[in-house]
Design a protein around this ligand. Structure first.
Ligand SMILES: [Mg+2]
Length: 174
């Protein structure tokens, strides 16, 4: 995609269920399981380590989310936050950023408020209808299958940062 707003993005704030996962949860007694994409994980770690902040914001309190964030070294995790607009403002204050330099990724109605505040909003291709209608960008990937990977690559490619990531994996440009 070509969009000059990509150049302004300093942080990506993402919902979890339906974006980083396919939205399904497996409940066994009092424990909960989710599937996360390894490719999303690599991109989130690489981006966050290189200074493009990645923050998780989920309405559902879940130990699986804390565990995944910890594996990826993500410091900013708002878990079990029903008021996503308030939580978004807390994240901005912790990062010392304003909403005009963040992207937000969400898939359902609780995401509409933070999406409307962010500089750029993204949603998976199987997001809820009202979200599909309002997102700046509909990612051509379903929730849980690499949505964040797509968003991060778009932002970092636009900013000329992705090739440095690839270089770190030992690719030669001969
Ligand atoms: Mg969701």
């Amino acid at each position: 995609m070509t969009d000059s707003r990509l150049l302004d993005i300093r942080a990506i704030i993402t919902d979890v269920d339906g974006v980083l996962t396919d939205g399904r949860i497996l409940l066994i007694d009092d424990r909960e399981a989710k599937f996360f994409s390894i490719r999303d994980g690599l991109a989130m770690k690489v981006a966050n380590d290189s200074g493009l902040h990645i923050a998780l914001l989920t309405g559902r309190a879940s130990l699986a989310v804390s565990k995944r964030a910890s594996e990826l070294g993500l410091k900013i995790v708002k878990n079990g936050r029903l008021d996503k607009q308030l939580a978004l403002n807390e994240i901005l204050s912790e990062l010392g950023l304003t909403a005009d330099c963040v992207a937000y990724v969400g898939d359902d109605l609780p995401d509409l408020a933070p999406m409307s505040l962010a500089r750029l909003s993204f949603c998976p291709s199987d997001a809820a209808m009202d979200v599909l209608d309002r997102a700046d960008v509909v990612v051509p990937v379903q929730g849980g299958h690499g949505v964040l990977r797509w968003v991060i690559e778009e932002v970092m490619r636009a900013q000329g940062r992705w090739s440095r990531v690839v270089d770190r994996f030992g690719v030669s440009h001969a």
